[in-house]
Design a binder for this molecule. Structure first.
Ligand code: FES
Length: 152
């Protein structure tokens, strides 16, 4: 049944009308205009839609609005800015860790979760953290290098 769901997005309180079973992804993109979070598979399998929910990486396409009530959501828009990019964003540019870019916001959010939990991961830890995020262009090695660079 539709209602109002209140939560915080990128540090700002919001309340949206919607069905508790609606996917967070559509609310972020279509209601709140936060377009960095991408739709890939829509099945929770590719990681393109990864955001942070209270500092835990989740896939927004299969996270219902009911799961975010009262919680903090962080999207790529809340990670860094054009004037003050997050170290991960700088490293992704330096290492050219993207091709088409569709997976990039999800990769960055998954990597951000890793670095919050483990500031200096080794390569195996980076690969393990990113194993649920797919890059169809095949730049995984550059992405891993970028995450390691950001954590150095
Ligand atoms: Fe959500 Fe693929 S679009 S995991």
């Amino acid at each position: 049944m539709a209602g109002t769901i209140a939560f915080t997005v990128n540090g700002e309180a919001c309340a949206v009308a919607g069905d508790p079973d609606d996917a967070l992804l559509g609310t972020l993109r279509d209601t709140l205009g936060l377009k960095s979070t991408r739709l890939g598979c829509g099945l929770g399998q590719c990681g393109a839609c990864t955001v942070l929910l209270d500092d835990r990486a989740v896939t927004a396409c299969d996270t219902p609005l009911s799961a975010v009530e009262g919680k903090q959501v962080t999207t790529l828009e809340g990670l860094g800015s054009r004037d003050a990019p997050h170290p991960l964003q700088t490293a992704f540019i330096d290492e050219q860790a993207l091709q088409c870019g569709w997976c990039t916001s999800g990769m960055l959010m998954r990597a951000a979760e890793l670095l919050r939990r483990e500031p200096h991961p080794d390569e195996a830890a980076v690969r393990q953290a990113l194993e649920r995020n797919l890059c169809r262009c095949g730049v995984h090695n550059r992405i891993v290098r970028a995450v390691l660079k950001a954590s150095a």
